[in-house]
Design a binder for this molecule. Structure first.
Ligand code: ADP
Ligand code: MG
Length: 323
């Protein structure tokens, strides 16, 4: 049982960055407007995520750590139109199987909260305590009981870098949520949560990026795009600067990359790849997010139409700028 849990955990949790991704997404799903992520030693020895969301009901605390327990899908049909970021109910059980987890949570309407400790899948304590409303997860000593996995981790600084990348993506995907990232007691990122995507671009990519972007805002009957793309002269050497969110989820999609890149083709650019931060909303029944556990891929059903829509939108925006 324990071994099965540890193996299953490896599918969802392969490094500290995946813990951060899952817990940040849970905070956002819990309607948090402010989330703080703190890490030490690349997140391996210590990782704390505090949110001001709706908290976990006392009776749901223990079940939340059971495999495939989720509060987010109530009907099989929901799978087609998932609006929450999480839906598999695997993250908490997976994290608890391979780390020492401390959870403090209180729902706004409750007088007391709960402090719950679970290590290597075994409950250590459950106490009612006074707590701020919202949820705090402290994850200590990731993979302390799976030496083979721990050995596989990179240097602390590299792991911290992976976490930083995840936090940046989530900050860009949720301009409505204030996100703070602290690494070894130093503040690395703060977003205000005031929906100002350009300001987040400034914070993450710097002043030049914020100055050399064009705003995009278009919608059709089945999709909508908002965000920023770089002017052709602000091209980049690789696809790392193409950031796409579909229905609020960070995804990698060669279809979308190609649609964007093709729009830039008429402009001679220093580098091959444009800078882009695009939020694409696609009608729920036209996509399938249930492709891979990491959920970074999606299946788009009307590929040609979406390709055309994105390509056309960018082409127009670039042309408009020329004239
Ligand atoms: P999923 O996100 O797929 O539902 P998880 O294992 O990530 O599964 O979380 C299990 C459940 O724990 C969630 O469905 C949710 O009810 C609860 N939960 C987890 N994190 C939070 C949080 N930060 N605030 C409120 N509830 C949470
Ligand atoms: Mg989740």
């Amino acid at each position: 049982q324990n071994t099965i849990n540890k193996i299953a955990a490896g599918e969802v949790i392969d490094r500290p960055a995946s813990v951060v991704k899952e817990l940040l997404e849970n905070a956002i799903d819990a309607q948090a407007t402010s989330v703080t992520v703190e890490i030490k030693d690349g997140g391996i020895s210590f990782l704390r995520i505090t949110d001001n969301g709706q908290g976990i009901a006392k009776e749901d605390i223990r079940p939340a750590f059971l495999r495939h327990s989720t509060s987010k899908i109530t009907d099989a049909r929901d799978l087609m139109t998932i609006s929450s970021l999480g839906f598999r109910g695997e993250a908490l059980s997976s994290i608890a199987a391979v780390a020492q987890v401390e959870l403090i949570s209180r729902q706004p309407a409750d007088i007391t909260g709960v402090r719950y400790v679970i290590e290597g899948g075994t409950e250590k304590s459950y106490d009612e305590i006074g707590a701020p409303s919202g949820t705090t997860f402290i994850i200590r000593n990731l993979f302390y009981n799976v030496p083979a996995r721990k050995k596989f981790l990179k240097a602390n600084q590299t792991e911290a870098g992976y976490i930083y990348t995840i936090v940046e993506k989530i900050a860009l995907s949720h301009p409505d949520v204030s996100i703070r990232f602290i690494n070894n007691n130093a503040s690395k990122l703060f977003t205000a949560g005031n929906r100002d995507l350009k300001n987040i671009i400034y914070n993450i990519f710097g002043k030049e990026a914020a100055q050399k972007v064009i705003e995009i805002q278009t919608s059709s009957e089945f999709a909508a795009i908002t965000g920023y793309v770089g002017k052709p002269e602000f091209s980049r050497g690789n696809r790392d600067y193409e950031t796409f969110f579909v229905n609020g989820r960070y995804i990698k999609s060669s279809l979308i990359s190609k649609a964007v890149e093709e729009a830039y083709r008429p402009y001679s650019m220093q580098h091959k790849y444009p800078f882009a931060v695009l939020h694409i909303e696609i009608q729920g029944d036209l996509i399938d997010v249930n492709v891979h556990p990491s959920k970074m891929e999606i299946r788009i059903k009307n590929q040609e139409e979406i390709f055309e829509f994105i390509h056309h939108t960018l082409k127009e925006a670039l042309q408009e700028r020329e004239s």
